[in-house]
Design a protein around this ligand. Structure first.
Ligand SMILES: Cc1ncc(COP(=O)(O)O)c(C=O)c1O
Length: 299
């Protein structure tokens, strides 16, 4: 019997049925666990509206196709399951809604992935922010790690995945260095991404973000569009660590909190060490769009 008291509020859909979060479980033989062979996507809803739901669904289905995983429901049905998990879980005010598909397990425990039957799970829980709202005027302190993000030649970062050893070990390195989060780099010392977020720098009014070795974050795409709307030149290109450290401003983007400022990188401030005007304008516009029917759909 499940003890839902020990789980966050929310609701899930697993094995073709709605259930408590505590009952949305995976077999120990599932390749999602044994091989990290899975993909997922996360959308958020705020005040009863999903933000860019179609973009998240499109990316989820595209990721699954890249990994040769067949999602057992149509996109419209997946959207309806996400809505129902939010309603049942009572998290419409601020919800974190994840859909995932794993390779599953083969009835004979064969080593051939084609024999496996995929596992499809959706869950909705309260939305958490990478940088809590009460620290938005302060900004994040990141460590720029020598740990290299898994190269895109090995694992396609545009298929959202659970290959997080580099990111999690990077977090531990950041804690050891007295920082609170981490940004990983590539072998040429370019900035890549962090655990659950993309990275941006602002220099002389230009908005810069890496174009390679990163997830095409939906929030990244939103930030690029909003920067253009505000009249900034946007540049998707390799972002050398030295350029990042010398930026006027820097910020991260994620479904888990939107556009959040970076104040320090290792022992040095970014700019004057406070969230800058471009970051603040982008953040405000980002949240404004959460009330705009062109960017949102009702739960
Ligand atoms: C590795 C990685 N990069 C970037 C992101 C940000 O993507 P999005 O803006 O779609 O949430 C995520 C989100 O989980 C991620 O896992």
């Amino acid at each position: 019997m499940s003890d839902s008291q020990t789980f966050p509020p929310g609701a899930a859909y697993a094995r073709g049925q709605y259930c408590a979060i505590a009952d949305a479980t995976l077999s120990v033989l599932d390749w999602g666990l044994l091989r990290s062979d899975a993909t997922y996507d996360v959308a958020h809803c705020i005040d009863g509206r999903f933000f860019r739901l179609d973009a998240h669904l499109d990316r989820f289905y595209a990721s699954a196709e890249k990994l040769r995983l067949d999602i057992p429901v149509a996109k419209a049905d997946c959207a309806e399951i996400m809505r129902e998990c939010v309603r049942r879980g009572g998290v419409g005010e601020a919800g974190y809604v994840e859909c995932l598909i794993t390779r599953g397990l083969s009835p004979t425990f064969s080593r051939d992935p084609r024999d496996a039957v995929p596992t499809f799970i959706v869950f909705a829980v309260p939305l958490g922010f990478i940088l809590p709202r009460d620290r938005w005027d302060e900004g994040l302190h990141v460590h720029i790690s020598g740990i290299r993000r898994i190269p895109p030649e090995s694992v396609d970062p545009t298929a959202k995945n659970y290959h997080w050893h580099d990111l999690v070990q990077g977090l531990y390195a950041a804690y050891d260095a007295g920082a609170e989060n981490v940004v990983l780099t590539d072998p040429a010392e370019n900035i890549c991404e962090g655990p659950g977020f993309n990275v941006f720098a602002v220099k002389d009014g230009r908005v810069l973000t890496p174009d390679r070795g990163v997830l095409r974050g939906i929030s990244r795409d939103t930030a690029l569009r909003l920067a253009a709307e505000l009249g900034h030149e946007t540049v998707e290109a390799p972002l050398p660590t030295a350029t990042f450290r010398a930026a006027d401003e820097a910020f991260i983007t994620s479904t888990a909190g939107g556009i959040m400022p970076i104040a320090r990188a290792d022992d040095r401030p970014i700019g004057d060490g406070r969230p800058g005007p471009v970051t603040r304008a982008l953040r405000d516009l980002y949240w404004e769009k959460h009330r705009d029917p062109a960017w949102t759909t009702p739960v």
